[in-house]
Design a protein around this ligand. Structure first.
Ligand SMILES: [Zn+2]
Length: 461
């Protein structure tokens, strides 16, 4: 009987003996899909997790699973092991634009002008290396997957260059209704075809924002993405001009103003005094859905947040970027948490953020949530979920083959190793350890494993 003839169902219940296993053990493991494990271990074979549990239990289970002369190598880590972190919003190609991110600006438009000045001086030929430097920074910070927006095609391979997971979203911006149909659509097809031919692991589409695209592209792009089974990622509710101007009640109102009018753009809708938010505008166009996640979501009122939940749209919060680009306020983090919106964390790019370490944003989210009056004791747990499973969900990668953002049998073996003090003597000590990870974990990653391969190791073992 050859391997091909084995029934997959039988094989799942009676796996072939393992011949080569790496055991990552640590005083604390955070699987995310299960409770924190003390004196834990993760057994990895090939690109996948085989077992996770207490070290004692995993070794016991392996004794049953392993072939007689199989190789078992243990790598013990003295800190915390988590799933590889997920950066839910970035533009890796702008890594070399850190000067822009270090400037100070009087308004969002002022930041845009600063951005454009430097973008033009860099130009063609510089984006590939810049994007790859960014991907390397992420790997060193324990990030193993990202939602990466690609504006210039040469930057598209950055995630793949480091073996990272996630989606490279082709950005579409600056099209009016007339030139979109005559020129824009053709350009899009050209670029997507090129990205497909260089064999990127996953490609998506990013319609930029309601202030750089008129209605036509915002109707067509989601349709095209959905026909191709691609995901969508949009900058939305980032700037003050995207805020609604109505009492935040159910938007049946805005449905009525669409019966007799096809609005050419969000601007036109605003000029007509309709007062709909940018989220309500895109919702009316059918652009939102569970295959979409948005970046920022700063100007989202109660009705906007309800629409996002109703459509299954997640938000990538980028609190540091919002301050640098002067979005005018912080995201309503307390409300998002209390109401139960799907959330993840993004750094945005170095052109609007001091680092590509999502734990820097996690620390700021913690403080902002408390300042905004979020008092529940689950805050660190919620933020850990945002950094892992939440990000995976926003990328459509939280279930099924190749799932990420979690440590469990069969999941992709993406791991990060944080060098923080671990207290396990009491439940309070365990909570304190999680607290330290979320609030002071930035810069403490010492090793990164992607698909079972060690891609970064700063003398961790
Ligand atoms: Zn962005």
């Amino acid at each position: 009987m050859t391997d091909d003839s084995i029934d997959p169902l039988y094989a799942a219940a009676h796996p072939a003996p393992l011949t080569d296993v790496t055991l990552y053990s640590a005083p604390m493991i955070i699987p995310v899909t299960g409770p924190v494990i003390l004196d834990g271990a993760v057994a990895v074979s090939g690109a996948r997790v085989v077992h996770v549990g207490t070290r004692r239990w995993v070794l016991d289970a392996l004794r049953q699973d392993m072939a007689p002369h199989a190789r078992l190598e243990e790598r013990h880590w003295h800190g915390v092991i988590t799933p590889g972190l997920i950066n839910a919003h970035t533009h890796l190609q702008y890594t070399d634009m850190a000067d822009v991110g270090q400037g100070s600006y009087s308004s969002f438009h002022d930041w845009e002008l600063g951005f454009d000045r430097v973008y033009e001086t860099l130009g063609d030929g510089s984006w590939k290396a810049s994007a790859e430097r960014g991907a390397r920074m992420m790997v060193e910070a324990g990030t193993t997957a990202a939602a990466d927006i690609v504006t210039d095609a040469e930057a598209a391979g950055a995630l793949a260059a480091e073996g990272m997971h996630g989606v490279a979203y082709w950005e579409v911006m600056n099209w009016r209704n007339d030139d979109w149909r005559t020129v824009g659509l053709g350009r899009l097809v050209e670029h997507l075809d090129r990205m497909r031919r260089i064999d990127l692991p996953s490609v998506g589409i990013s319609p930029h924002a309601p202030y750089t695209l008129e209605t036509g592209p915002f109707v067509d792009l989601p349709d095209i993405a959905r026909q191709l089974d691609m995901r969508l990622h949009i900058h939305l509710a980032e700037t003050p001009m995207e805020a609604g101007e109505r009492e935040a009640t159910l938007s049946t109102y805005s449905t009525a103003s669409w019966r007799d009018d096809d609005w050419a753009s969000y601007q036109q809708l605003k000029d007509a005094g309709k007062g709909a938010s940018a989220i309500q505008f895109l919702d009316q166009l059918g652009s939102l859905g569970p295959d979409v996640h948005i970046a920022h979501g700063v100007w989202a009122d109660a009705e906007d947040r309800r629409i996002l939940r109703q459509r299954g749209v997640g938000v990538a919060l980028c609190p540091r970027s919002n301050r640098i680009t002067v979005t005018g306020k912080d995201a309503p983090i307390r409300e998002y948490l209390e109401e139960g919106n799907l959330l993840a964390v993004g750094t945005d790019s170095l052109s609007s953020s001091p680092s590509l370490d999502v734990l820097d944003d996690a620390a700021m989210l913690y403080d902002l949530a408390r300042e905004q009056g979020y008092t529940r004791d689950d805050l660190t747990h919620r933020i850990i979920r945002m950094l892992t499973l939440g990000g995976a969900q926003e990328l459509g990668m939280h279930v099924g083959a190749g799932r990420i953002g979690q440590i469990n049998a069969g999941a992709t073996a993406d791991l990060a190793f944080f060098d923080i003090p671990v207290y396990v003597a009491t439940p309070r000590g365990i909570e304190d350890t999680l607290d330290v990870l979320v609030r002071h974990g930035a810069g403490t990653n010492r090793a990164t494993v992607i698909s079972g391969r060690v891609v970064y190791n700063d003398r961790a073992w």
